[in-house]
Design a protein around this ligand. Structure first.
Ligand code: G6P
Length: 608
């Protein structure tokens, strides 16, 4: 959702800020703005809608200003408008503030400030920050910001500049991610490393309650007692943080085709073949506790929730853990007790999903071991959890998640393998899982090589208004995820259902205008799936099946088929989802949708 980019150096700031904002567009936003300072005079430009609108406005401005802050806003307090866009300024127009997150006590603060004579122009919670800084400012901006932060409750990643203080940018983080970018005599700050990937690969991840002070010559990282901290600079792989489509027509298509690599990156260096086990460095600090846990609760949202649902089948097959999966926004409000035997695992691409963070905080309060599986390095969930694993899948820009979903499934299997080998899972079973995982990249390439045919079939289905997706066991969550893909990007109504439930309701929907996608691989429940398919055929329903070449009966009965290679049941969903990601993609393309940025959706949902 919201994004921040800041620059202090000797180059013209506006083009750098605009470029950074463009790289943040994928996160979802509704307005944008920037402030730069030249000769002690702030120039603030804002616009509703696209960053290109803001860019157009900046094209009339001639300035050599070489420091500034910029923001993409996703409205929480006050509608999307220029007035509510950031930066927000104090009444003297000297202090400019951009802010990600939510200030929970802003109403009380606003009331206090109004009583002191401050005039509020916007409906935002952010504006209180600008006025508070002004109230506390005498001659030291750091002190004024620190005093302000003491008054704030809620979450924030914020950046502040002052017209009278040359090239200084102050950044503070609590709950919303911020990285500092280190260049040669130029420094950056951003809510996502991607925003600064064109300029530097040296980053410092700020932790909660840390402040960065940048100018064009040097930077300091401090705690909120104003003491300087020593923090390591991380060198990030620019390629994995770039947002270049690399010749693909969209990010989503690129990410679908990247799955052989992202899956390899998920298991690279993480398997010990000779012992039939996995090695997950990030879990090592809690390994002893992990060995003794009895129950695992997986919490997540969206696509990460569906990989969590599959995670239950994976853990139940490989371990003796009792596993629950719950949508984070429900879990956080439930009445429950947890104890030391329970681990709560959060799955999150972004590491920033507000409901998942809240669910973890609730679990922490109740004493559970907190684990995370996150793609974005250094984000809030990675800091909140006791231990975790990274996907290392590179940036995922398409709003509809694809490569992270399959990467999560591989990592869940590796986690299951690790824990399972402490339980009853044998070496032979462990070895067969490892063999299966190693074959996945080539098997996915085989499916992707059939993309043209998948596109041809998809076109035949693009005119339908509703779809049912069915599967059993591992392929029930697959059906839900495949249906989510279709609805997210094509805006066609689709439902994922356990095939056995058809007869309890959904079958009444079936006729020649309501097709069903059956995920029916050659496995122990194939015959049951066949009966469900028969029941649909008997009601003139059209059937598109995802299956294996050995499943002759499924192939015969289906109107259309996507054949995928066969693997062991625990891994089969990773292959089954690939043609269905492409199916959703090509239908959305046929309908002319904005695939990478579907309407109303955001990549990272940082509000409840
Ligand atoms: C949003 C995104 C989805 C994503 C979900 C959970 O809804 O559009 O693609 O699956 O958030 O995000 P997370 O970053 O926690 O995996």
């Amino acid at each position: 959702m919201c994004g921040i980019i800041c620059y202090s150096g000797s180059k013209k700031a506006i083009p750098i800020l605009i470029n950074g904002l463009k790289k943040l567009e994928y996160r979802g936003y509704d307005s944008a703005g920037l402030s730069v300072i030249e000769d002690k005079t702030p120039i603030t430009i804002k616009s509703e809608g696209k960053v290109s609108n803001l860019e157009a406005k900046t094209s009339n401005i001639t300035t050599n200003a070489s420091y500034g802050i910029a923001h993409t806003r996703w409205a929480t307090h006050g509608r999307p408008s220029e007035i509510n866009a950031h930066p927000q300024l104090d009444n003297k127009n000297k202090i400019c503030v951009v802010h990600n997150g939510i200030i929970e006590n802003y109403k009380d603060l606003k009331y206090e400030l109004i009583n002191k004579g401050y005039i509020f122009i916007s409906d935002t919670d952010t504006e209180v920050i600008a006025h508070l800084i002004d109230m506390y400012f005498t001659d030291d901006l750091e002190i004024a910001v620190l005093k302000t932060v003491e008054r704030l409750s809620g979450t924030f990643g914020l950046a502040v500049i002052h017209a009278d203080i040359d090239h200084k940018i102050i950044i503070v983080k609590r709950g919303s991610p911020i990285v500092i970018g280190v260049g040669d005599n130029e420094f950056f700050a951003a809510s996502d490393p991607i925003a600064i990937s064109d300029y530097t690969n040296k980053i410092i991840v700020l932790n909660d309650d840390e402040m960065a002070v940048l100018n064009s010559k040097e930077y300091f990282i401090k705690n909120l007692r104003n003491e300087v901290l020593k923090k390591n600079i991380k060198i990030v792989d620019k390629d994995s943080y770039s947002n270049d489509k690399k010749g693909f027509e969209s990010f989503m298509l690129k990410e679908i085709f990247e799955q052989p690599i992202s899956i390899k990156n998920a298991f690279r260096g993480r398997i010990i073949e000779s012992e039939g086990v996995s090695k997950l460095g990030g879990l090592e600090p809690v390994l002893e506790r992990l060995k003794s846990i009895k129950k695992l609760i997986i919490v997540s949202c969206g696509t990460s929730f569906y990989s969590g649902k599959l995670g239950r089948y994976i853990f139940e097959s490989l371990t003796e853990l009792d596993v629950e999966v719950e949508i984070a926004s429900e879990f956080r409000y439930r009445k429950f007790t947890l104890d030391k035997d329970v681990a709560v695992l959060a799955l999150s691409q972004s590491g920033e999903t507000a409901d998942t963070i809240a669910a973890l905080k609730e679990a922490k309060r109740k004493g559970a071991l907190l684990l995370g599986m996150v793609n974005e390095v250094g984000t809030t969930i990675t800091q909140l959890t006791d231990a975790g694993v990274y996907n290392h899948a590179g940036s995922e820009i398409g709003v509809a998640s694809t490569k992270i979903y399959t990467s999560q499934l591989v990592l869940l299997t590796l986690m299951g393998l690790l824990i399972g080998r402490y339980h009853g899972l044998s070496f032979i079973e462990g070895k067969s899982i490892i063999d299966g995982i190693k074959k996945l990249p080539e098997q996915i390439k085989e499916i992707l090589s059939n993309a043209k045919n998948i596109q041809k079939v998809s076109k035949k289905y693009a005119h339908f208004r509703d779809f049912l997706y069915i599967g059993r066991l591992y392929n029930y969550p697959t059906a839900m995820e495949a249906a989510l893909k279709l609805k997210e990007i094509s805006y066609i109504h689709a439902e994922g259902y356990p095939a056995g439930e058809m007869k309890h309701g959904p079958i009444s929907l079936i006729d020649e205008n309501f097709p069903t996608v059956a995920i029916a691989p050659d496995d122990e429940v194939m015959d049951k799936m066949l009966s469900n398919i028969e029941q649909i055929k008997a009601r003139n329903g059209k059937i598109l099946s995802v299956t294996n070449s050995s499943a002759k009966k499924v192939i015969e009965i289906s109107d259309d088929i996507f054949i995928v290679p066969k693997t062991i049941p625990v891994l089969q969903p990773i292959l089954n989802i690939i043609p269905l990601q492409l199916f959703a993609y090509y239908i959305a393309k046929e309908k002319g949708r904005n695939i990478d940025k579907p309407r109303n959706l955001a990549k990272s949902v940082t509000v409840e």
